[in-house]
Ligand binder design. Structure first.
Ligand code: AVJ
Length: 322
């Protein structure tokens, strides 16, 4: 069955962008490291734990929407190929693949992930579960390596789930969506998961859980930098900060220095100064209104075909096409 698995890698050892991002991010007037650097093995484990927290509604809500709508999405798109950006552990994916199998359209699954181990394990599980499916995995950064995907044969759906699109600042978000739009043919579609604007108390609770898992996830970025760049961040010297910015309509996560300090990043040959209470931004997570979503899609050259939400209107799955 493993003859049905093909995996290509675009991440060479010298392709790591952490060093460049840290060098940029820690020398800016307002320090910032992009959220993709949360996800080493420990960070991925902590994120999995976040998705099971009572306060963190997005994952379970998106799964419920997919449970209700997967058959409809498959029927509407006729999808034979599923590309999944940032696939990770394929739990929600199974709902779509099951519906494709039921409709008799399932031909190819193309996961895109930074972790070759995760990709290989899920590919092996999936060819067992769906005899005859071809898996084409891409180990890479979906911001840079979309061209590694083979040409579409049957109708293709690119799924970008979980609300990760919210990590892009608004201009980059439109640029990225435009890149996806260019990769789609008229018979293809984009399946996009977005968290929705709601009561700020609900939003802030989701990023300030009482078990402290999100705080550990946030601080883990410093552990990643310590390990990869031989730095000496003291994780206990930073506190977790997460708040909803009502004007921008996004959650911001930061790490706040609890005292003035100097951090050595040996691999970069830099000493980085933090003032007392200085903050390092680690993530924005944009929340959408229907209007905002539609405007972003239009700006990217995409047409909103369908907007599927849960009964409480917490989260949305959109089907869009060129
Ligand atoms: C994976 C980007 C969708 O923004 O909610 C969870 C990451 N950060 N808790 C999100 C995250 C803090 C998550 N995304």
């Amino acid at each position: 069955a493993f003859k049905d698995i093909q995996i290509v890698s675009r991440l060479g050892a010298d392709e790591r962008t952490l060093a460049f991002d840290v060098l940029d991010g820690l020398t800016r007037p307002f320090k910032e490291i992009p959220p993709k650097h949360f996800y080493d093995t420990e960070g991925s484990r902590l994120f999995e734990a976040i998705t099971k927290l009572p306060e963190y509604y997005p994952t379970r809500t998106e799964r419920a929407i997919l449970e209700a709508e997967a058959a409809h999405i498959v029927e509407q798109t006729g999808m034979a190929e599923l590309v999944e950006l940032g696939s990770g552990v394929p739990t929600k994916t199974l709902l779509l693949l099951d519906a494709m199998r039921e409709a008799g359209t399932l031909d190819r699954y193309m996961p895109f992930d930074v972790s070759e181990v995760v990709l290989r394990e899920s590919a092996e599980m999936l060819v067992e579960r769906y005899p005859g499916v071809r898996v084409f995995g891409v180990v890479g950064d979906f911001e840079r390596h979309l061209d590694a995907l083979p040409p579409a044969e049957g109708p293709r759906v690119i799924a970008f789930l979980g609300g990760t699109i919210g990590n892009f600042p608004p201009g980059s978000r439109r640029r990225f969506l435009r890149g996806l739009a260019k990769a789609l043919r008229p018979q293809d579609a984009l399946l996009l998961g977005t968290d929705l604007v709601k009561d700020p108390a609900v939003l802030e609770a989701a990023y300030n859980d009482s078990a402290g898992i999100t705080a550990a996830f946030n601080r883990n970025m410093l552990a990643v930098i310590n390990r990869e760049l031989d730095a000496d961040f003291d994780l206990d010297a930073f506190e977790h900060v997460a708040f909803y910015d009502r004007e921008q309509e996004w959650i911001e996560m930061r790490l706040r220095a609890l005292e003035p300090m100097v951090v050595n990043v040996r691999k970069l040959d830099r000493a980085v100064h933090f003032a007392n209470r200085e903050e390092l931004r680690t993530e924005i997570s944009a929340k959408f209104t229907h209007k905002r979503l539609e405007a972003d899609l239009i700006a990217a050259g995409l047409e909103l075909r369908e907007l599927l939400t849960d009964p409480e209107g917490l989260f949305a799955l959109s089907v869009a096409g060129p």
